[in-house]
Design a protein around this ligand. Structure first.
Ligand code: PNS
Length: 168
């Protein structure tokens, strides 16, 4: 059984992430998408919301499981009884950080290798950060995130904006 973990923040999931999930799940027997529950960052969506969004957009892929995790990715890999990590590379700017992360992970646990997939060219410029930025200014994000995610992003951003206004 070849099992892999695709870890990330997914705040929110983009079409680029989904492209990686679809292609990685075609290579392995089971792909576990690991949603990082990071207390140090303040994500737009809660970890449960991010897990739900990923479950919704991967419902058509039977060998994909979505779970949240805290702590080290390599420990989550072991917990899942998986043998490698999957990461997407969009452009050369990703390379340095991804290389450092893969090498760190392998120095923590030499049995955990990282498999890199290059993001589809049409998604190479998309990031969760860009999605939030464009949505914040009312731009069209339908090309960046799966259809069922679009309104959740606008909804959450306006909810946060209202929260901020009422605090003042
Ligand atoms: O989607 P992101 O934010 O680029 O994903 C980054 C992620 C979650 C893969 C990375 O921050 C991570 O693995 N965090 C867990 C802590 C960890 O294992 N750190 C050691 C690797 S540097």
């Amino acid at each position: 059984m070849k099992r892999a973990v695709y870890p990330g923040s997914f705040d929110p999931v983009t079409k680029g992430h989904l492209d990686i999930i679809e292609r990685a799940s075609a290579i392995v027997d089971e792909l576990i998408v690991g949603v990082l529950n990071n207390n140090e960052k303040t994500p737009l969506f809660s970890v449960d919301e991010r897990v739900k969004m990923l479950k919704d957009v991967t419902v058509h892929i039977p060998n994909v499981r979505v779970e949240s995790f805290s702590g080290l990715s390599v420990e989550f890999v072991k917990k899942c009884d998986a043998s490698f990590l999957v990461r997407g590379l969009r452009a050369v700017t990703d390379f340095e950080y991804e290389l450092q992360m893969a090498q760190t992970n392998r120095s923590i646990d030499k049995d955990v290798d990282t498999l890199f997939l290059t993001t589809g060219l049409k998604y190479a410029y998309i990031s969760s950060t860009i999605v939030k930025e464009v949505a914040f200014y009312g731009g069209d994000i339908s090309g960046f995130v799966p259809e069922t995610i679009v309104d959740r992003v606008y909804g959450k951003i306006s909810q946060k904006a209202k929260g901020k206004t009422s605090e003042v």
